[in-house]
Design a protein around this ligand. Structure first.
Ligand code: ARG
Length: 580
């Protein structure tokens, strides 16, 4: 509807230009927004405010002329001029019910595929394989996965890239330790990567021979020695198993095919530096090769370097990211490349994006975006740590959430079997952790608070999951198959209108999520949807409605609500339950 009104306004503006009311070269983008308060119309545009002054017209005068020039449209019942320069549009009820009817009849809930569909590369999760995934990787993994799902649902071609840290000097230490294990079998040792890393580090610090061996292994690894590569592959494969166990528990859609780690770019790094040299972009500083870009300076105003090769010949994180950018823009032919990486890496991405563009690795038309996020903090407001100050393993956090959820659902459902309870608790526990994270604005920090995220009140997973089971129970109680309903929708009561109006905004909400990379917008939408359903359910009797048509119309509204909740949660990577 927004787009439809936008084109009505554009057509009217073209008319005014032709009449000479507006200068032909005066162009401003037309923005149409939904109004908060629907008593003054459903949509509004401020275009008159944008144009009146440069056109030398009184806002009121221009607004009158614009309204005169608007083409007739059956979806718009009334147009009003408000204040100094807003034009408000009232949407026809019939348009809304037609739109909802179309959504009901469509597997895709009336969400039409984006046009043109884009190729979008999304870099997310990307943990370092030397260590076990910790809470710091939770946000990248689940925010990235939610955005990927929304993009895919909108019809884009999404290429997931799990840019795991599988290269670098710490691997020498790990391989040396792996080599020392009896018979080379270290599966028990590696069952706990965290301990393995700690033990290797300890050996490294204590034994000079070990440290020498570790350094030698790094050199051998880099020169492609086969014994070394075999050790390295074994280590990585076990570490990746750990990651995939976490993904599976979290319901994350990444597969092994999406893994393309730092090592994949190893052979291209020399060429990346050669190209930069060729373009005259390199400066030598203490033996290191750097790119200095004018726009990056420290507080003293001195230029900041992007180091691409160290004095000892080694390459860096930034060099690998330049190679990855070239691959993604070139080989993968991306239109957009998104990075879900901690906000603290903002400068890094700013720099590599600029270098990549200047070097021609990425064309002007490709959209690059670092979708940074804040940290998950403990109750003290500091980055999440165990009581002893260590990093919290992701699996431990999930265990705790599931246990708490089990206590809760057991108390609520004394009549369910242990097995059913355990299954519900698993879903609720994981959903709560994910939803609590996804529902916060991406760029802000938040406090991990199990109590609050498991609450049945407020903007939480349990509240939404419960809301879904309530809608589903309407059909269970009626013994009805919702698919068999096809009565036309009639939005009579205020609560029906408000619910219908909100349901019609699913597509535009997803478009925003995809555009900004902000899943919290979908969370807010679903939370509001659940609230609107509640008041509809309270005020508008369904099964005991005054007549069959009203009953069927309300059932359909409930059915569309259920499907939208389920689909919306699925796009957040959250499973729904039929009862809880
Ligand atoms: N492995 C990095 C880390 O754990 C994140 C990598 C993000 N992606 C990238 N292309 N730099 O901090």
């Amino acid at each position: 509807m927004k787009a439809r009104i936008q084109s009505l306004v554009e057509s009217a503006l073209a008319d005014l230009r032709q009449q000479g009311v507006l200068p032909a070269d005066l162009q401003r983008p037309v923005h149409v927004e939904r109004t908060r308060d629907r008593s003054h119309g459903d949509f509004a545009t401020n275009i008159v405010m944008m144009l009146a002054k440069p056109a030398g017209l009184k806002p009121r005068e221009l607004a009158d002329k614009l309204v005169q020039a608007l083409p007739q449209d059956s979806a718009v019942t009334k147009v009003e001029i408000a204040g100094p320069g807003f034009i408000n549009f009232f949407q026809a009820d019939s348009f809304l019910s037609d739109q909802l009817g179309a959504a009901l009849a469509d597997d895709h809930l009336g969400v039409t595929p984006a046009s043109p569909a884009q190729t979008i590369v999304v870099d997310y999760s990307s943990p370092n394989l030397a260590k076990e995934m910790h809470v710091g990787h939770l946000r990248s993994t689940i925010i990235g996965d939610a955005v990927v799902r929304a993009l895919g649902f909108l019809g884009h071609r999404v290429i997931r890239q799990n840019h795991v840290g599988d290269w670098g000097t710490q691997f020498g230490m790990l391989l040396a330790y792996l080599e020392e294990q009896p018979d080379g079998d270290a599966s028990d040792e590696l069952a706990d990567l965290e301990n393995f890393y700690r033990a290797a580090k300890q050996r490294f610090d204590e034994s000079a021979t070990f440290a020498d061996r570790a350094r030698a292994l790094v050199v051998q690894l880099q020169s492609g020695d086969s014994h070394c590569l075999a050790l390295w592959k074994r280590f990585n494969s076990i570490s990746l198993d750990h990651c995939f166990a976490v993904y599976e528990r979290l319901g994350v859609s990444l597969t092994r095919d999406d893994v393309r780690g730092e090592s994949a770019y190893n052979n291209e790094l020399a060429d990346i530096v050669a190209v930069l040299a060729d373009k005259g972009m390199l400066t030598e500083s203490d033996g290191a090769r750097c790119v200095f870009l004018d726009q990056f300076r420290n507080k003293q105003g001195d230029p900041l370097p992007v180091i691409v090769q160290k004095a000892d010949g080694g390459y860096l994180y930034a060099t690998t990211d330049l190679a990855a950018l070239r691959y993604r823009a070139g080989t993968l032919a991306a239109d957009r490349i998104l990075y879900f990486v901690d906000q603290r890496q903002a400068l890094h991405f700013d720099q590599v994006f600029s270098v990549a563009r200047q070097a021609g690795f990425v064309g002007e038309a490709v959209d690059l975006a670092h979708m940074g996020f804040g940290t998950m903090n403990g109750p003290d407001g500091k980055p999440f740590k165990t009581r002893s100050g260590g990093t919290v393993k992701l699996v431990e956090l999930l265990d705790e959430a599931e246990q708490k959820a089990l206590q809760l659902v057991s108390a609520k459902n004394p009549d369910l079997s242990q097995q059913e309870l355990a299954q519900i608790a698993r879903t609720v526990g994981i959903a709560s952790v994910k939803y609590a994270d996804l529902s916060k604005h991406r760029s802000s920090d938040y406090i991990f608070d199990l109590e609050r995220m498991l609450s049945f009140e407020g903007n939480t997973a349990p509240y939404l999951l419960y809301a879904y089971t309530r809608v589903a129970s309407v059909f269970r109680k009626a013994g009805l198959d919702p698919q068999t309903l096809d009565a036309p929708l009639r939005l009579q009561e205020d609560q029906e209108q408000a619910l219908g109006n909100h349901l019609s905004q699913f597509a535009e909400t997803l478009a925003l999520v995809a555009d900004k990379g902000e899943p919290h917008l979908l969370c807010t939408y679903l939370y509001e949807l659940a609230g609107l359903f509640s008041s509809f359910y309270e005020h508008c009797p369904i099964l005991s409605a005054q007549d069959d048509d009203t009953r069927d119309s309300r059932l359909q509204l409930a059915w569309l609500t259920a499907r939208t909740l389920k689909q919306g949660l699925a796009l957040l990577g959250i499973e729904t339950l039929e009862r809880m």
